[in-house]
Ligand binder design. Structure first.
Ligand code: PGA
Length: 255
C-alpha cells in the first residue's frame, strides 16, 4: 500500500463490513504501533457513520506478565486506550490474557476456553516483530502452541523499551496466544511497515515453514491477507506477481 493510512482504511473497511453482517463479531486485537492506523480509520468511520458496535467482542493477542494492575503499558491498558475507548466498544466484551503471576499457571487454558466459548475469532489483526514473532511467539514457538507463558527475546525487549522509562523495566515474560491459537482465527490480516520488517515479511510469506520464523506459520492458513508498504515488501522475491494479482483483483474478492 502507498501509505499506512490507506492500509488502515482498507482493513477498517473489512472490519466494518464484518460487523455490519455480524453485529457480535469477534475481533482479534493486536497491540504495538503497526495496527494503530486500522483503529484510527475505524474510529473515523464510526464517527462519520455510526453502526451498532455494542455487541462486538474482542480478544487481545498477548499481555506482559507481572506488571501492576493498571500499568499504562500493560496491554489491557493499551487496548482500552487505543481500541475500546476510541471505537466505543463494550469494555466487558473485550478480553486480554491475564498476566497476574498469582494465576498464570491456569491463565493460558482459561483464555483458550474463552476464545472457544465465543465461537472463535472472525478476523485477527497481526503485526510482526523483527524476530518474526506473531503475538509474542518468539522463534522456536511450535506451530501447534496455545496460549502460554513465553520469555521475550532481548531484541523484542529492546524494541519495546520505547514504551517504558528504562529498558530494564520491560518485563521478561509474557502470556501470548500460541501460533496454533492464531491459526484457528478465520481470517488473518498481517500488517507491516518499514524496512526493519522486510526480512520478517519475506521469511513469513516466502521462507521455509519453520518454528525459527514464527511468521511462516501463516503459510498454513486458508485465508491470510498481508498488507505492507514498499519498504516492508522490499525483500519479497515474488513481488511483481503480488502487485499483478492486486492490480487485477476482481470486484467479488474481499481482502
Ligand atoms: P510494532 O510491533 O507494531 O510495534 O512494530 C509489532 C510486533 O512486535 O508484533
Amino acid at each position: 500500500m502507498e501509505s499506512q493510512e490507506a492500509a488502515g482504511e482498507l482493513v477498517a473497511g473489512a472490519i466494518r463490513e464484518l460487523i455490519t453482517a455480524k453485529p457480535d463479531a469477534v475481533l482479534g486485537l493486536a497491540t504495538g504501533s503497526t495496527p494503530l492506523p486500522v483503529y484510527q480509520a475505524l474510529a473515523k468511520s464510526f464517527a462519520a457513520d455510526p453502526i451498532d458496535v455494542s455487541r462486538v467482542r474482542g480478544f487481545a493477542l498477548d499481555e506482559y506478565v507481572g506488571l501492576p494492575p493498571g500499568h499504562p503499558e500493560s496491554y489491557r491498558a493499551v487496548i482500552t486506550r487505543d481500541v475500546v475507548e476510541p471505537l466505543g466498544l463494550t469494555p466487558e466484551n473485550i478480553h486480554v490474557p491475564n498476566g497476574d503471576p498469582a494465576t498464570i499457571r491456569t491463565a493460558g487454558d482459561d483464555y483458550e476456553r474463552a476464545i472457544i466459548a465465543a465461537g472463535g475469532v472472525d478476523i485477527q489483526i497481526l503485526g510482526i516483530g523483527r524476530t518474526g514473532h506473531l503475538g509474542f511467539n518468539e522463534p522456536g514457538s511450535s506451530f501447534g502452541s496455545t496460549t502460554r507463558i513465553k520469555t521475550l527475546t532481548e531484541k523484542t525487549r529492546a524494541d519495546n523499551a520505547r514504551f517504558f522509562d528504562s529498558p530494564d523495566d520491560v518485563p521478561m515474560h509474557c502470556i501470548t496466544q500460541g501460533l496454533g491459537t492464531i491459526l484457528r482465527a478465520r481470517h488473518l490480516v498481517v500488517l507491516a511497515f518499514g524496512e526493519s520488517k522486510a526480512d520478517a515479511i519475506a521469511a513469513a510469506v516466502e521462507g521455509p515453514m519453520t518454528a525459527s520464523q514464527p511468521g511462516s506459520a501463516i503459510q498454513l492458513h486458508p485465508h491470510v491477507t498481508v498488507i505492507v508498504d514498499a519498504a516492508a515488501a522490499s525483500k519479497l522475491a515474488n513481488l511483481a506477481y503480488y502487485k499483478h494479482a492486486w492490480a487485477h483483483k476482481a470486484p467479488w474478492e474481499g481482502i
